[in-house]
Design a protein around this ligand. Structure first.
Ligand SMILES: Cc1cc2nc3c(=O)[nH]c(=O)nc-3n(C[C@H](O)[C@H](O)[C@H](O)COP(=O)(O)O)c2cc1C
Length: 192
């Protein structure tokens, strides 16, 4: 196994014309520039979710996602704020798995049209991820007024975000390394 941390990203909305896609792709490029992290971008649009089955009973139907979360040291959730909460599709995708998340880190990226940068969607996610066994960092990455931050080609217009992304990733790396050490060295009924 590579010594690099594996921190997949989930893009949390299937909405046509979503601005969160610019955020996820820009963050992907920031991560790819760092040697100590590997990542993979998942998109909730790519999950063909059935209407009549839900949750872990169909988790095995999505092996790429399941294998990635089994391998992951942490997860990055890119979530737009929809009525102060997260899109239902994101929740449906997260609900596909359970034990695979336990004792792994999660970092939140909030995206919004208004000035709060997804602060409220992040607050709404905290109790939800806790039930999944994920451990939340406290350095969020917020994208307020997201429609002003990228040009038509998806290029980031404000270089201040480079520093913010670095701080967000530094903390997520610390938490992911610490939890990896714990999973490997401290016994628990949830992992060997
Ligand atoms: C159903 C819905 C609810 C929304 N609610 C909020 C909100 O509560 N606060 C906010 O700042 N923006 C809100 N927005 C605007 C989104 O934050 C905005 O579209 C932003 O670009 C991020 O979402 P996107 O990735 O779908 O573009 C809402 C958008 C939709 C579609």
């Amino acid at each position: 196994m590579s010594n690099a941390l594996f921190l997949p990203i989930i893009l949390g909305t299937p909405r046509k014309d979503r601005k969160s896609e610019n955020v996820a792709r820009w963050l992907l490029s920031q991560i790819e520039a760092r040697d100590e992290i590997e990542t993979q971008l998942f998109d909730v649009r790519d999950f063909d979710l059935p209407r009549d089955h839900y949750g872990t009973e169909i988790g095995a139907n999505f092996p790429e996602w399941r294998d990635a979360i089994i391998r992951a040291d942490g997860l990055i959730i890119v979530a737009p704020e929809y009525n102060h909460a997260y899109p239902g599709t994101l929740k449906s995708v997260l609900d596909l798995l359970l034990k695979e998340y336990i004792h792994k880190a999660v970092g939140f990226v909030g995206v919004s049209a208004q000035v709060w940068g997804g602060t409220r969607v992040i607050e709404a996610m905290v109790p939800m991820v806790r039930e999944l066994g994920l451990i939340a960092t406290f350095t969020d990455l917020n994208f307020p007024r997201v429609h002003t931050l990228f040009d038509d080609d998806g290029e980031m217009l404000d270089r201040e975000f480079d520093k913010r992304a670095a701080a967000f990733l530094d903390e997520l790396i610390w938490m992911s390394k610490t939890l990896r050490w714990g999973r490997e060295n401290v016994s628990s009924k949830y992992h060997k």
